[in-house]
Ligand binder design. Sequence first.
Ligand code: CP
Length: 318
Amino acid sequence: MTMQLDSSGKLRHLITLEGLDKPLLERLIDRAEGYLTTPGDCPPNGSPFAGRSVANLFFEPSTRTRSSFELAAKRLGLHVLNLDVRTSSRTKGESILDTIYTLEAMACDVFVLRDSEPGLPDFIMRNVEPWVSVLSAGEADRNHPTQGLLDMLTMRRHKRDFSQLSVSIVGDILHSRVAHSAAHALKTLGVGQLRLIAPESLMPGTGEFLGAERHTRLETGIAGADVIMTLRIQKERMNSASIPDSESYFQQYGLTPERLALAKPDAIVMHPGPMNRGTEIASEVADGPQSVIREQVTNGVATRMAVMMTVLETLHGN
Ligand code: CP
């Protein structure tokens, strides 16, 4: 996805982690780590880009991503516009591109975009002004690049060397943009082993998961794992007949304390959220000592600060 980079190879848009090289991913993760503050301390307030504007356009629901993009922007001193899609003129038939052009005319510099339609971030990226950046906040079942980066930051802070890691992704991998972005990043960062655990109906094809081990039994898939990433069943991307029953799914694929004991004793448990407790994860695990789920949320704000600073530097210099 070379269009994400400008002519000198600097990141200008971020719509997928696929194709971004290891040094760039590492720079983004390093930069995000630099924005982490001690809990209780006052986070950063301002940047050389104070006064520039970010528009959040979320055409699918979100708690973490939308809030963290907003907080990240505000901590950099940026203005934030949260377009309320339900009351916007899109309900009167205005196209997404006309919506973008309208906000560009109000001098929005960065568009943060979430939509269920595949290909939309790429389409917008190809049609914006040269001084504008497009950041994907989740594209259908394909990409969630800032989630992928925050997940890598979280893993690296606990485990350091990706080449020594065995990472197990459990659940509805087929429909998960989180899993797709994690797979892109893990491959580039040289993960030792990637295992996919899912029922056949939720197992993806090869593509970005080429080389991953595949398991239909949770117990074998998490044995000896360093990192377990659990995923929500993406009911919104399935027809109702194919949605698994929550209770029987939990019996086979729910991450319980007993099953977690099969992983390495210092394994970390991740979940991008939102969680369905009692479906893919037991509360004792979600709230237990091996869970880093809330750290992921914290790391999300720092990651989005790093990404926004990076693209603003590309567009407007230091
Ligand atoms: N992880 C994630 O994308 O969460 P939200 O849907 O709440 O943004």
